[in-house]
Design a protein around this ligand. Structure first.
Ligand code: PLP
Length: 422
C-alpha cells in the first residue's frame, strides 16, 4: 500500500466517522473500499438500534407511538428538516421529507408546470436519469401536450459528455417565451458534472420560466444554496450520499418568501393539511405552512428511521470540511491515474472547482475486453464501484466513510486489471 495514502488517512480528522458505518466485507473478510455512495450509501451503525427502538415502541405502545418521545410518529420527520435545510441551503420550512424522488417530481410538476398559451415547453439536459424524463413527458401528455413538441432536450456537443452551462443558457434563451420550466440534474448521474444552478435559474427567470432541480446526486455531496440561487423547487432521494437505506423516503424543497406565503400544492391529501385541524376530519383542505403542505400521505416511519441515524453525522463537522476532504480524495485519485497513464480509460467528469462533487466517471474504451465485468473484477479486489451504460465506470468518494486507502485500492485494483504486468 502506498505510504502517502496511509499517512494521509492517519492525519485525517474525519477518520473517526468511518467507524460509524458498517461496510460490507470483501473477499478477504475485511471491509471493502465502498465507492458506491452515488448509488446506495452504506449502513450507518446506529440505524440498527434506532429501528429496534421503533419496533419496540410499536410493539409496546401500538397507536400511542404517534405521541411518544422522542420522535413522535405524528411529527416523525420534522426534526430532520434543519439538517436537510442546511444541506440544500434553504430555510427549514422550505423542505419536507416525503415519498420518493419520482413521486415528488410528479407532485411538484402538478403544481409548477402550468402550460398556458405559447408557454408550454419543458427544457431538460441529456443524459438525464430515465425516470425524470418519463415523469416530465407524462406530465406534458397529461396536460394535453405532446412530449415530441413540448419537451426540449439539450444534448452535449458531439464527442462530449456534459451540457456546457453556456449551451444550457443559450437553449433557454432560444426557447424564450415558449418555455414553462427548466428541469436539471444538479449533479449529473452519469458524468458527475455539477451544473451552476444559480446561473440556470436566473436565465430561466429572465425568460419568465421556472427552474427546478433533481438533487439525487447532489444532496450530501456538494454544497448547495437553493435560496441564494433562486431555484424554485427541487427533490431528492435519501439513499445515496445521505445513507438513508434502500428506497428510503425522499424529500422536496419549495422556495417561498415566508412559510405562510408558500405556494399551495396542487395535489391534496390529509398529511398536507394543517396539523392542528387534521384530526377534525373535515372535508376542506387547508395546507400546512411551507413545504409540508405538499405532503399527501402520512410519513413512512420505518423507512424514515435510518435518516435519524444518518443525518446527525452531517452535523458533526462543517460541510466545508467535508467538501475539502472530498476534493483531496478526488485530486489524489486523478493524480495517481494520470501518473499511471492507464490505456483505454478517460475521466469524463469535468474537473476544477465547482464543476463536480465526489463522483468520478470514466469512459472505458469500447474496444477494451472488460466491459461491465470490470466491476466484478474490482469487487474481487475488495473495491465496490458501478457501471452505467453505454460504457461508464462510476466511483464516488464520501468524506464520511472513505479515505485515501480506498482511493489507492481503487487505483491499484484498476491498474492490476488493466495492466497485469505492472
Ligand atoms: C438522478 C436520479 N433521478 C431519479 C432517480 C429515481 O429515484 P426514485 O426511484 O427514488 O424515484 C434516481 C435513482 O437512482 C436518480 O439517480
Amino acid at each position: 500500500m502506498n505510504q502517502t495514502a496511509l499517512e494521509r488517512d492517519r492525519n485525517d480528522p474525519l477518520l473517526p466517522l468511518r467507524a460509524q458505518f458498517e461496510l460490507p466485507p470483501g473477499p478477504d473478510a475485511m471491509p471493502v473500499s465502498y465507492l458506491c455512495g452515488h448509488s446506495l450509501g452504506p449502513l450507518v451503525r446506529q440505524t440498527r438500534a434506532l429501528l429496534e427502538a421503533e419496533l419496540e415502541a410499536w410493539g409496546e405502545m401500538g397507536i400511542l407511538g404517534y405521541g411518544k418521545n422522542p420522535h413522535p410518529w405524528m411529527r416523525y420527520a420534522h426534526d430532520l428538516r434543519p439538517t436537510l435545510a442546511r444541506l440544500v441551503g434553504a430555510r427549514a420550512d422550505e423542505v419536507a421529507v416525503m415519498n420518493s424522488l419520482t413521486v415528488n417530481l410528479h407532485v411538484l410538476l402538478a403544481r409548477f408546470y402550468q402550460p398556458q398559451g405559447r408557454r408550454r415547453k419543458i427544457l431538460i439536459d441529456a443524459p438525464i436519469f430515465p425516470s425524470d424524463r418519463m415523469a416530465v413527458s407524462s406530465q406534458i401528455a397529461w396536460r394535453g401536450g405532446d412530449p415530441l413538441v413540448d419537451l426540449i432536450v439539450i444534448e452535449p456537443d458531439p464527442g462530449e459528455w456534459v451540457v456546457r452551462p453556456d449551451a444550457f443558457v443559450e437553449a433557454i434563451r432560444q426557447a424564450g417565451d415558449t418555455l414553462a420550466l427548466v428541469w436539471v440534474g444538479g449533479v449529473n448521474y452519469l458524468s458527475g458534472h455539477l451544473q451552476p444552478l444559480g446561473r440556470l435559474a436566473r436565465a430561466a427567470h429572465e425568460h419568465g420560466a421556472l427552474c427546478g432541480t433533481d438533487l439525487a446526486h447532489a444532496i450530501g455531496n456538494v454544497a448547495l444554496n437553493l435560496d441564494r440561487d433562486e431555484v424554485d423547487f427541487a427533490t431528492w432521494c435519501s439513499y445515496k450520499y445521505l445513507n438513508g437505506g434502500p428506497g428510503a423516503v425522499g424529500g422536496l424543497f419549495v422556495r417561498s418568501p415566508s412559510p405562510e406565503a408558500a405556494p399551495h400544492p396542487a395535489l391534496q391529501g390529509w398529511w398536507g393539511h394543517e396539523e392542528k385541524t387534521r384530526f377534525l376530519m373535515g372535508p376542506d383542505f387547508r395546507p400546512e405552512e411551507g413545504a409540508l403542505g405538499f405532503a399527501v400521505s402520512n410519513v413512512p416511519v420505518l423507512s424514515t428511521t435510518p435518516l435519524h441515524a444518518a443525518l446527525p453525522l452531517f452535523d458533526q463537522y462543517p460541510f466545508a470540511q467535508l467538501a475539502e476532504k472530498r476534493e483531496s480524495l478526488i485530486g489524489y485519485t486523478i493524480a495517481r491515474i494520470e501518473d499511471l497513464a492507464l490505456p483505454g480509460i478517460s475521466c469524463i467528469t469535468p474537473l476544477g472547482a465547482g464543476k463536480h462533487g465526489g463522483q468520478l466517471s470514466f469512459a472505458i474504451g469500447q474496444d477494451w475486453p472488460w466491459g461491465e465485468s470490470l466491476i466484478r473484477a474490482l469487487a474481487g479486489r475488495g473495491v465496490i464501484a458501478d457501471w452505467r451504460e453505454p460504457h461508464i465506470l462510476r466511483v464516488a468518494f464520501h468524506p464520511l466513510y472513505n479515505g485515501f486507502e480506498d482511493a489507492e485500492r481503487f487505483v491499484e485494483g484498476l491498474t492490476r486489471i488493466i495492466r497485469p504486468g505492472l
